[in-house]
Design a protein around this ligand. Sequence first.
Ligand SMILES: O=C(O)CCC(=O)C(=O)O
Length: 387
Amino acid sequence: MVDPSESNSAESVATSSYLDSISAYGKAGVPEAPVFADPEHDAAFRRDGYIILPLLNEEEVAELLKLHSTFNPNQQSEFDTTIFNPDPSYRTGVRVEIDRIVQPRALPLLANYKRAVSNFINKRHETKNARVWIHQDYTFVDQSRYSGVHVWIPLVDVDETNGCMSIYPGTHSLINHISAQPYQSYQCFPNPYENVSQMLEKGGAVAAPMKAGYGLFFNERTLHSSGENYTGIDRVVVNCAYIPEDEPMYLYAPSPEEDGVLDMVELLDISFLHLMHQKPLPVPYPDAFKLVGTVNYKPTMLTQDDIKHMLRPGYVHVHEVEDPNAPNWHSDHTISVETVSAAPTPIEVASPVAEPAAVAVAEPVAVATAAPASKPSWIRKLFGRGN
Ligand SMILES: O=C(O)CCC(=O)C(=O)O
């Protein structure tokens, strides 16, 4: 992480040259199906793997904060996610309330997407062990055809003192990694980033300070992390996941029968999502989980050579402060990146990522059509009925 206090105000570098060069290096296909209704948002999201947009007004932020304190009045733990609360009626209550306020703002920005998950995350005040290390979230879509998208909406202003998000631009196009459960200590199974995580955290992180009510939309493949909350105030956020309107929500689990194979499982009832978190799904799968296919997948471990083109020491995210009371306000909402310390490392032109054949999705995620008619061939077997 670059420390802005170490700035020596070196030269500014145009955002586009930095980000274009990143996307030029991505070897993994990013499906063509649009994610955002606005083509400019869509292009930025496709290129960078994230975009920050104004989303909620002050009243909506205040209402959500109040709801959070009703749902979570006495949080003892340093980090809490309501989605994994064991009580189903609690989870449903949270979801209904978040959806009432957030989805009328978020869904119109997206291109034919629906909400999959709605969640409060709270990083309590004065944390010591609540750092969230760099990781890729669970894969919820058939990523040969579609991009999954998350939105992370802070309900208080965030920066590096209270656990703002850091994002790793372009990492959504680095590798076609399917993030399967069990997902433990940020070690997605299997985890191709293991040997490069530290290097990325040190040299590729873009801290994203944000005003309350803004939304950080990110591709479910984009790597992200967050630091401690050193302040005396809880850092409450709303976090939602979205999937294509006409698609089921998928989860991926290591096949109990065959090494190097992932079961592609349709989640029929979102209330059971918690069953797959941090422990293997019971076998045979519970009724809410329908096995629909399998995917050959042995990930290639990324090496430091693979990612060094993404490291640009000296760059920080500078977020332009706009009017947070203007939801969905479209304007020149550029995220600028400027040099604050060292001169940029020269960009290398050597192929940074293993050739597609080395990436073990049997056929690397293909560029998808907007409305594909059939299942991709990398879903090796399809089953008529579940389990
Ligand atoms: O809220 C945070 O600090 C991190 C959240 C996160 O990484 C996630 O939801 O995947």
